[in-house]
Design a protein around this ligand. Structure first.
Ligand SMILES: Cc1cc2nc3c(=O)[nH]c(=O)nc-3n(C[C@H](O)[C@H](O)[C@H](O)COP(=O)(O)O)c2cc1C
Length: 351
């Protein structure tokens, strides 16, 4: 068992929270500086999503949060992976041609090798450090983790199995975000895998397995929608809980109107893990697009770029059938109330 026991800042950040409630970073529009600041101000740990943004846009959001709160918050980065296979992407583009026609858009030429401005973002975060940086879709190298520690930043790595947890602790991560398969949006596994079967262990079993493999503070994520679920995660050994879907209907969220309406629409009765929108397994409300593309490939982020015009047009046309409606399994518990209320309700159950 790796025995790196973090003893500096990160523990203190989690311990110093009035409520051990972490806002999921939410790339793609739902996560906003306002939401991040509201969660931190309420005594939780707010997060900004840097994914899909330019380094400049990330830096601007960080300044907005700093203006709104002096409390700790985090910034989340996507770790770049292997480039997509061009043949796979071309074949899926052919499959999507009728979708493009349906929404009156063209399919773009997509970059196969997009690193999401990784270097620029790292550079900015080292020059003007933030309290916490978290990583998903992979594990940062030890030297990067060390450099972040040197500037006083705590490092969190998202893991989805015990092997990833061991790797993250070996890379000197201070805390792990343990993401169960119930989670809304993308699975943060180090390597994109095809959608999982029903037999995959749920969050509580995963927490137990990760606890057995490593000693590090764990932040539990995935399908936590109320105090009871948060308490169960704490009981299973989590130091804090991380929620995304529970914040999607708050006034501070940037979720688009089509997404918001769908989350409240009783005609949506389930969630599905799909690669159809982005080429990486992600959980969303089961809609037409997911059902029409059951064999969509793994090919992130090329597929994400490929479907962007379709998704944008679907939102503009008010059609929930053609856009990703990311949601975790507990989406029905999400309510329209201020983010601070969510932090307090969840926090009161576990503080
Ligand atoms: C709309 C949405 C966008 C998300 N974007 C990110 C992201 O940019 N980075 C990340 O690490 N996790 C992201 N996640 C996943 C969360 O970190 C977390 O695992 C998930 O919200 C937990 O499940 P829950 O949504 O059921 O609470 C996102 C989740 C949602 C719902």
């Amino acid at each position: 068992m790796p025995d790196h026991m973090p003893d500096h800042m990160p523990d203190r950040i989690l311990d110093a929270l009035a409520y051990p409630v972490v806002l999921s970073p939410m790339a793609g529009g739902a996560g906003t500086a306002r939401l991040c600041a509201a969660v931190s101000e309420a005594g939780g740990l707010g997060f900004l999503a840097a994914g899909y943004k330019t380094g400049e846009a990330m830096a601007a959001e960080i300044e907005q949060v700093r203006e709104a709160t002096s409390r700790p918050f985090g910034v989340n980065l996507f770790v770049p992976g292997e480039p997509a296979d061009p043949e796979v992407v071309d074949a899926y583009a052919a499959e999507l041609a009728p979708e493009a026609e349906r929404y009156g858009v063209g399919l773009p030429d997509v970059p196969l090798d997009d690193d999401d401005e990784w270097d620029a973002k790292i550079d900015l975060l080292l020059r003007r450090p933030v309290p916490v940086v978290s990583f998903t879709f992979g594990c940062p190298g030890v030297s990067l983790v060390d450099r972040l520690h040197e500037v006083g930043t705590a490092v969190v790595v998202t893991v989805t199995d015990p092997g990833e947890a061991v790797a993250a602790v070996s890379a000197r991560a201070d805390a792990l975000c343990v993401q169960g398969p119930e989670a809304g949006a993308h699975r943060g596994s180090f390597v994109p895998r095809k959608p999982y079967g029903a037999a995959e262990p749920g969050l509580l079993d995963l927490l137990a397995a990760v606890r057995k493999a490593v000693r590090a503070p764990l932040i539990a994520a995935g399908g936590i929608g109320d105090g009871a679920a948060a308490a169960a995660a704490r009981e299973a050994g989590a130091a804090a809980v991380q929620l995304g879907t529970a914040f999607l209907l708050t006034p501070e969220s940037g979720a688009n109107p089509v997404h918001r309406a769908a989350l409240r629409d009783p005609r949506f009765t389930s969630t599905t893990v799909t690669t159809a929108f982005s080429g990486r397994p992600a959980r969303g409300l089961t809609n037409r697009f997911i059902l029409d593309h059951p064999d969509a490939p793994v090919g992130y982020p090329a597929v994400h770029h490929l479907t962007t015009p379709i998704r944008r047009a679907a939102v503009a046309q008010g059609d929930p059938g053609g856009v990703n409606l990311w949601a975790g399994t507990a989406w029905r518990l999400a309510g329209e109330r201020p983010a601070a209320d969510v932090v307090r309700e969840i926090g009161a159950a576990i503080a």
